[in-house]
Design a protein around this ligand. Structure first.
Ligand SMILES: [Zn+2]
Length: 420
């Protein structure tokens, strides 16, 4: 099993007194106290690099910390190791005859699951296993009338990408304040295609990753397919056969992989009736990948569409359908584009990977994945100004919580007012 040090628990007689050493003498930053009623302890966390020290004080004489103090005096009480799957960890230990305090996980702080290994098995150390709470991703399906258009935010389930790669040159101590990475340094993201319904038909803007990935990729990208695009379409009262058009912002797997499906050995269009609208130069780039973007442009995602004769190329910026206009941003890929939705005097913009999440509002917060980061930054700078001034409703494809909102600015700080 993979385990990383989460924290070291230190039993103290009096937390506030202990601060004279940990906070004043050592000069460490100490978090506010937190009472854990079920354990009858008060805790204060002290971050020290990745892991933390946890000062523990008994709040009742029958607390385990009180018993420990009475028997052994203050000192290191336990070491907590974070594991990805606590049930698997317990099963592995049980199979080897390791003595556990808990043979099944119990709820810990902040939705985590914990279980203790008996000190007799761990050479005198009480070891706590901890699995962090499953991050909850906003997978709601919401309809929004928008002039003559009816918009519905869909989803293709959650997935995860490397946190460092998602924030480019921004160091982890800054981005982890906005989004907590998991044991493998990945951050939780969503794939959120947008459905546009109009008199001219039903259009999907992007369509998620789909179900063609093998077990290794499913593991790497943390794909969770228990609730994906088919479920979201069903929630909206539709099926994949209801789609007339699928528009690609670009051809990366997490945006247009869902346009094809594997049926037995055969790859075929996933939306039986849909024409796929693809920018011609993006197709050129996607079908001629280089070492840097080969892992994102998977030929099986889009080549079968051409073979099935369902691709409609368009040359560049402009109106695709009434109310639907594409604008090339470049940056992320050479031909990456955003989609303007314009109807009834309102403007919405599906920004795809220009601003993948609401944590990417600051100009230099640009993904390491971007092929041309300076181009992303320049476009984003102009666009965000425009979006604030003209009150665009911005659709965030990858944000784990916010499907759409208005970008606002107050005292020079940008934030998103969530709508969906
Ligand atoms: Zn993406």
């Amino acid at each position: 099993m993979k385990a990383i040090l989460d924290h070291v628990g230190i039993a103290v007689q009096d937390i506030e007194q202990a601060l004279a050493f940990y906070r004043e003498a050592l000069g460490l930053e100490v978090h506010p106290p937190e009472d854990v009623a079920t354990e009858r302890v008060r805790a204060r966390m002290i971050p020290v690099g990745g892991p933390s020290l946890e000062l523990l004080e008994a709040t009742s004489p029958d607390s385990a910390i009180a018993t420990y103090l009475a028997r052994r005096g203050p000192g290191i009480h336990h070491v907590t190791l974070r594991v990805e799957d606590i049930h698997a960890a317990i099963a592995q230990l049980t199979a080897r005859g390791v003595r556990l305090v808990h043979d099944r996980p119990k709820p810990g702080a902040e939705g985590s699951l914990v279980a203790f290994i008996h000190p007799s098995a761990a050479h005198g150390v009480l070891i706590e296993l901890k699995q962090r709470a499953a991050p909850d991703v906003n997978l709601s399906v919401k309809k929004l009338p928008f002039g003559d258009l009816q918009l519905t935010t869909l989803h293709d389930g959650p997935f995860s990408l490397d946190g460092g790669a998602m924030f480019g040159v921004v160091p982890r101590p800054l981005w982890e304040k906005l989004t907590q990475p998991d044991e493998r340094n990945r951050i939780q993201l969503a794939m959120r295609p947008l459905l546009v319904e109009a008199s001219w038909g039903r259009m999907l803007i992007d369509c998620g990753a789909g179900d063609k990935m093998g077990p290794k990729q499913v593991d790497i990208y943390g794909l969770d397919r228990t609730r994906a695009l088919d479920h979201a379409l069903a929630e909206a009262g539709l099926t994949s056969d209801s789609i007339d058009l699928a528009l690609a912002t670009h051809l990366h797997f997490d945006h247009f992989g869902g346009a094809t499906a594997r049926v037995g050995e055969i790859l075929q269009p996933r939306f039986a009736r849909a024409r796929c609208l693809i920018r011609e130069a993006e197709w050129e780039d996607a079908t001629h990948p280089h070492e840097r973007n080969r892992a994102s442009y998977l030929q099986e995602d889009f080549v079968p569409l051409k073979e099935a004769g369902v691709v409609e190329f368009f040359p560049g910026d402009g109106q695709i359908k009434p109310g639907i206009r594409v604008v090339r941003t470049g940056g992320h890929t050479g031909q990456h584009q955003v989609v303007y939705l314009e109807s009834g005097g309102q403007t919405g913009v599906f920004v795809a990977d220009l601003i993948p999440t609401t944590a990417h509002l600051q100009d230099p917060w640009v993904m390491g994945y971007d092929l041309f980061p300076m181009e992303t930054m320049a476009f984003k700078k102009r666009f965000i100004r425009e979006a604030i001034d003209r009150e665009y409703l911005v659709f965030f494809e990858h944000d784990p919580k916010v499907a759409a909102g208005y970008i606002r600015e107050k005292n020079g700080k940008r934030f998103v007012e969530q709508v969906l």
